[in-house]
Design a protein around this ligand. Structure first.
Ligand code: KIV
Ligand code: ZN
Length: 510
């Protein structure tokens, strides 16, 4: 029987640190439910001291999730730890994850502390966290560039102080697989009390090695890996959950451990995270990319038809492709609609919200005969209003004709006041965006505009992603509709509603 590999997901914390990937409380709860359904062991729900919104999000996840352990991040500071302890009060099982930097460059330039002071702070933080929970994780930030002797000293001290998990982060993604594996091996060998704690790794993907480094650590005895859905995360991201889980599952000849993950839930989680954050999954992405199981060349197709193992090392249905795919149509009733949403982990707070969603579903089913799970996910994102929504689209009319300048007539409600304007543009989307900006006067900069079809066919809904920047803050907005100009306007307004709410938010690692 193989040992258990613990999956610690940090999509809601490190994943959210990607510029433009911020999520609302409701969105975080939806993702947390999907992680729980997948049997993720630990969900890092956020950094509670960052802002009131972050605190409330961690609290909401802690109060909702019952099967997975819920974790909150805290720097090695009293207030951070108290805030995390407070946010996690309602959790069935909680963990506080506290960290302090240990590399020479971080200690000198960022913390401006002597190594002994760093150890003192780490020990104090772990002891304080233990007042709230008996499950405390400690990370020596930038361990991948820290001195091995110093790591041994600090880790031995935090185990004595009560840390139950030691997470070794390659914060800047600098390590190579054999080197990182060796580091884990050495730490386990050299720290006298290392058997009293669980070793974990947290690898960033700056050199594209996050998954390889994590797997090398697992082969060297790390029983926990930290990862995110679609590899979302700071800069080039974190190790992708789906890749780690499937590598270990597929290569059981190499690993003496396996995860508890229900892999058939992977694709749904990937789509949910991508839809909510607007971080589109590249077609050739392993496991969850549109081409991951597609066979283009005739030779491959022939081989796969004769015997799938010729070119496939995993079964597409094992990660959620082509399974449980229920199609709804215009004759589907409210009950079928509600049941399918529940199966997708989507629940509405009130009957009123369900009714609005059902009405939108009927409108969509009228335009598009078959409504797929992906359509339902997009429809729900569209239905649940943002907290603090200030701008609402009432109507949009565009005129676009060969040889003529496109014109858009937009009606919005802004702070309860109806406003209408007509503007010309280089295309219908440009005209619509200009009109919206003229009304709202947000002074934001459009950084990204992209359109993808949610499902195949020309009657598919277009899903639009918009990324806006203002004063260094980046937000993304999404909108879906069978009419891509309307989808574009919805996405733009969705992003505006996020950027118009000022946030004062601390970043854990700055
Ligand atoms: O990358 C990192 O070092 C982190 C820590 C907070 C664990 O995210
Ligand atoms: Zn990180």
């Amino acid at each position: 029987m193989s040992d258990k590999l613990i999956i610690f997901d940090t999509t809601l914390r490190d994943g959210e640190q990607s510029p433009g990937a911020s999520m609302t409380k409701d969105e975080k709860v939806r993702i947390a439910k999907s992680l729980e359904r997948m049997h993720v062991d630990i969900i890092e729900a956020g950094f509670p001291i960052a802002s009131v919104g972050d605190f409330e999000s961690v609290q909401a996840v802690a109060n909702t999730v019952t099967e997975s352990r819920v974790c909150g991040l805290a720097r090695a500071l009293d207030n951070d730890i108290d805030r995390a302890g407070e946010a996690l009060k309602g959790a069935n099982a909680s963990r506080i994850h506290t960290f302090i930097a240990t590399s020479p460059i971080h200690m000198k330039m960022k913390l401006r502390m002597e190594p002994d002071q760093v150890i003192e702070n780490a020990v104090k933080a772990v002891k304080r966290a233990r007042r709230y929970t008996d499950d405390v994780e400690f990370s020596p930030e930038d361990a991948g560039r820290s001195e091995s002797d110093f790591l041994c000293r600090i880790l031995e001290a935090v185990i004595d102080a009560g840390a139950t998990t030691l997470n070794i982060p390659d914060t800047v993604g600098y390590n190579l697989p054999h080197q990182f594996g060796q580091l884990i091996y050495d730490l386990r060998e050299r720290i006298p009390n290392s058997d009293k704690a669980i070793f974990s790794v947290h690898c960033h993907n700056d050199l594209g090695l996050a998954v390889a480094n994590s797997l090398s650590a697992v082969l060297n005895g790390a029983p926990q890996v930290e990862c995110t859905i679609n590899g979302l995360g700071e800069r080039a991201g974190n190790a992708a959950l789906e890749e780690l889980v499937m590598a270990v599952r597929t290569r059981q000849d190499m690993f003496s451990c396996d995860t508890n993950i229900d892999t058939t839930q992977i694709l749904a989680a990937s789509r949910l995270v991508s839809g909510i954050t607007g971080f589109v999954v590249q077609p050739n992405k392993a496991i969850v990319g549109a081409n991951a199981f597609a066979h283009e060349s005739g030779i491959h197709q022939d081989g796969v038809l004769k015997s799938r193992e010729t070119y496939e090392i995993m079964r597409a249905e094992d990660v959620g492709w082509n399974t449980n795919r229920m199609v709804l149509g215009k004759h589907s009733g409210r009950n079928a609609f509600r049941t399918r949403l529940e199966e997708l982990g989507i629940e509405f707070e009130s009957e009123k919200d369900l009714n609005i969603a059902f009405r939108r579903f009927k409108e969509l089913a009228d335009k598009k005969h078959e409504v797929f799970d992906e359509d339902l996910q997009a429809l729900v994102s569209d239905t649940i209003p943002l907290e603090n929504e200030r701008v609402r689209l009432i109507s949009l009319k565009v005129c676009s004709e060969t040889g003529e300048i496109p014109v858009a007539l937009v009606t919005l409600i802004v702070d309860d006041e109806e406003k209408q304007i007509e503007m010309a543009g280089s295309g219908p989307v440009d005209a619509a965006f200009r009109a919206i900006e003229d009304i709202v006067q947000s002074n934001t900069e459009l950084q990204l505009y992209s359109v993808n079809n949610i499902t195949s066919g020309t009657d598919s809904q277009g899903e639009v992603n918009v990324r806006l920047e203002k004063g260094g803050r980046i937000v993304s907005g999404q909108g879906a509709d069978t009419d891509i100009v309307i989808a574009s306007a919805k996405a733009y307004i969705n992003a505006l509603n996020k950027i118009l709410v000022p946030v004062d938010r601390a970043h854990p690692q700055v």
